[in-house]
Design a protein around this ligand. Structure first.
Ligand code: MEV
Length: 339
C-alpha cells in the first residue's frame, strides 16, 4: 500500500507546540466497478479524482480548552453533519488517544472540501483522511499507511454502516486501484480512456443504500449470491479488458454493471435516463457510481472529443455538473477539467 499512497501530509514544517499548524489533504474517487458487491467480499476498481480535494489544517495555538474542536467553513457543514452523526466523534476520540492529546488542549481543525457531498465521490472518506493527516502533522507524528487506513476506515464504517474499505484506500491513492480481499494493488490500464463524471444533482446516502441492499439480501439469499457473483465476474473480466486495451469490451461491462445496480434498486429514473444519453452520445459504457440512490454516473470514452460530446449532452439532459478525467494517468498528473 505504501507505494500507492499519496504523501501522508502536506506538512508545513509543523512541530508539536502552541504555534504549529498541521495540514492534511485527500481527494475524491470514483468506483469503476464493484460497488456494493465489495461489501460482501467481491473486488472493486476505483480511480482517484485528485481535482476534487479536501484540505484540513489543525491549529494547536489557541488558548487551552478541554477538547479537540472542529471549526468548519460553510462548504463543509454537510460533511460535518454527516460525520457528526457517525464518524467524527469516534475519530476525535481515536486521535486524542493515538496522539496522547492532553485533556486541556484545544485544537482547531478547519476543513475545506470541494468534493460534492452525497454524490458517491468519496467526500466522507476524504474528509476523515485529511483530518487524520492534519492532526498527525500537528503533533509531528508520521503514521504509516495502515494506521491512516484504520483511522479513516473506523470513521467510514460508522458513516456507511458497513464499509468495505475501498473508499478509505482510494481517497489516498495516487493511482487507479484494485481493492480485493482487503488489499490494494495498482490497476493496469492499457488505453487512454476518459472518464466523464456527471452529477445528477440529487444527493444519495450510501448508508441507506447499503442498508437497502442488506435488507433485500436477508430476504433473498439467492439473489445476494447472484448479484455478488455477477458483479464479481464482470469486475475480474474487466481487469483483463483494461490491461489489454479492450476499451469497447470494458465499456460494455460498465453498462452491464449498471443494469445489475438498477435491478438492485440502487439507481434512479434520472440516472437511468442519463446513462442512455451518455450511450447515445457515443460513450463506450456508462453506469451509476458509488452508493447510489442518487449521486453521480460515470461514462467512459476512448478519446477526448467523444468525452466532450458526452459531457455536453449530459449537461443538456439535466446533469448539474460534469467533470472529465483521464483514466490511466497517475493521480498527480491529472488535471480535472470542467466539461
Ligand atoms: C461507496 O462508495 C461504495 C460502497 O460499496 C460501500 C463500501 O464499499 O463501503 C457502496
Amino acid at each position: 500500500m505504501d507505494s500507492l499512497a499519496e504523501p501522508m501530509s502536506a506538512s508545513c514544517g509543523a512541530v508539536a507546540g502552541k504555534s504549529s499548524v498541521g495540514t492534511g489533504r485527500a481527494h475524491g474517487k470514483v468506483i469503476l466497478l464493484g460497488e456494493h458487491a465489495v461489501v460482501y467480499g467481491a473486488p472493486a476498481l476505483a480511480v482517484p479524482v485528485p481535482g476534487l480535494r479536501v484540505t484540513a489544517s489543525a491549529d494547536g495555538s489557541s488558548a487551552e480548552r478541554d477538547t479537540i474542536s472542529f471549526v468548519l467553513p460553510p462548504v463543509a457543514d454537510v460533511v460535518a453533519v454527516n460525520q457528526a452523526e457517525g464518524g467524527l466523534p469516534g475519530l476525535i476520540a481515536r486521535l486524542r488517544d493515538r496522539f496522547g492529546v492532553p485533556g486541556t488542549m484545544w485544537v482547531d481543525v478547519r476543513v475545506a472540501c470541494s468534493i460534492p457531498l452525497g454524490r458517491g465521490l468519496g467526500a466522507s472518506a476524504a474528509y476523515a483522511r485529511a483530518v487524520v493527516l492534519a492532526v498527525a502533522d500537528l503533533f509531528g507524528r508520521r503514521l504509516d499507511a495502515e494506521e491512516v487506513f484504520e483511522l479513516v476506515q473506523a470513521a467510514e464504517s460508522v458513516v456507511h454502516g458497513r464499509a468495505s474499505g475501498v473508499d478509505a484506500h482510494a481517497v489516498g491513492s495516487s493511482v487507479p486501484i484494485l481493492f480485493s480481499g482487503g488489499a490494494v494493488e495498482r490497476l493496469r490500464i492499457g488505453f487512454d480512456g476518459v472518464v466523464v463524471i456527471a452529477d445528477s444533482g440529487v444527493a444519495g446516502r450510501t448508508r441507506d443504500a447499503v442498508e437497502l441492499l442488506r435488507g433485500r439480501f436477508a430476504r433473498e439469499p439467492l439473489y445476494q449470491a447472484r448479484f455478488v457473483d455477477m458483479v464479481e465476474s464482470e469486475t475480474w473480466a474487466s481487469m483483463g479488458d483494461l490491461a489489454d486495451g479492450r476499451a469497447k469490451e470494458f465499456g460494455a461491462r460498465l453498462t452491464t454493471a449498471h443494469g445489475l445496480l438498477r435491478e438492485a434498486g440502487l439507481s434512479t429514473d434520472q440516472i437511468d435516463d442519463l446513462v442512455e444519453v451518455a450511450l447515445r452520445a457515443g460513450a463506450l459504457g456508462a453506469k451509476i457510481t458509488g452508493g447510489g440512490l442518487g449521486g453521480c454516473l460515470i461514462a467512459v470514452t476512448d478519446n477526448a472529443g467523444t468525452a466532450s460530446t458526452v459531457a455536453r449532452r449530459l449537461e443538456e439532459a439535466g446533469a448539474v455538473k460534469t467533470w472529465r478525467a483521464p483514466l490511466r494517468r497517475v493521480c498527480r498528473c491529472w488535471q480535472l477539467t470542467r466539461a
